[in-house]
Design a protein around this ligand. Structure first.
Ligand code: CA
Length: 223
């Protein structure tokens, strides 16, 4: 699951990024409405969180312009306390839900999950490949009926590979989608993560699902 946060308050943004990453989401962040709108329209996000008061372009305009492009991605707006008109305006312009600041992280997480569950772009909560099952909303992975203990990065990684079943995914794309857009690394972080994932998902089982295409990337498929 790939989320975009458009929020200029550094503390709030950092708190959201950290909490969502800990819950298995890959998160991009923009600190103004202009860049945020650009990322929202060009990126491939599962959900977008937008603050109302933003530099350059305000949150309402971001939502309005984003919806004009025909995008169905769920949008959660963050509004100031007691600003009833703000909430109504946000919903009228195409936001799916709002949350009044200040809020508890658990409440935000519940809203995010509920929006994703209703999302028209999420075909199914459950991804199944052979006997591998990935529950995208409950962050559970099992193989042959046995629950696997994955870290949040391993969960993101296996979900990405499974959602793009049969498609070879390059290391660069994996870095972008599983870590974040500003993650640069000259180490073999992807290969290490794949090795760890394999030790849980493939090694204990006869049929291997994760395959390496040397020099190209990785693919998850049943062979
Ligand atoms: Ca703000």
């Amino acid at each position: 699951m790939h989320l975009l946060i458009i929020e200029d308050e550094r503390k709030t943004a950092a708190f959201l990024q950290k909490g969502l990453a800990e819950n298995g989401f890959a998160v991009d962040h923009s600190n103004n409405g202009q860049d945020g709108l650009f990322l929202a329209t060009t990126g491939n996000y599962d959900l977008i969180i937008v603050d109302v008061m933003l530099p350059l372009v305000d949150g309402w305009t971001v939502v309005q312009e984003f919806r004009k492009g025909g995008k169905l991605t769920p949008v959660l707006m963050l509004t100031a306390r007691d600003a009833v008109n703000d909430r109504v305006k946000g919903l009228e312009l195409g936001a799916d839900d709002y949350l009044v600041k200040p809020f508890a992280f658990s409440e935000l997480l519940a809203r995010v999950r509920s929006l994703l569950r209703r999302s028209p772009i999420l075909q199914s909560e459950l991804l199944c490949v052979a006997d591998l099952e990935i529950d995208l909303l409950r962050f559970k992975v099992s193989r042959a009926g046995k629950r696997l203990a994955l870290t949040s990065k391993e969960f993101s990684l296996v979900s990405l590979l499974a959602r793009r079943y049969g498609e070879v995914i390059s290391r660069t794309v994996i870095e972008e989608q599983v870590w974040d857009m500003n993650f640069y690394s000259d180490t073999n972080v992807v290969d290490v993560a794949i090795r760890r994932l394999r030790s849980k998902v493939d090694v204990p089982f006869d049929k291997k699902l994760i395959h390496t295409l040397r020099g190209i990337g990785y693919v998850l498929e049943e062979r």
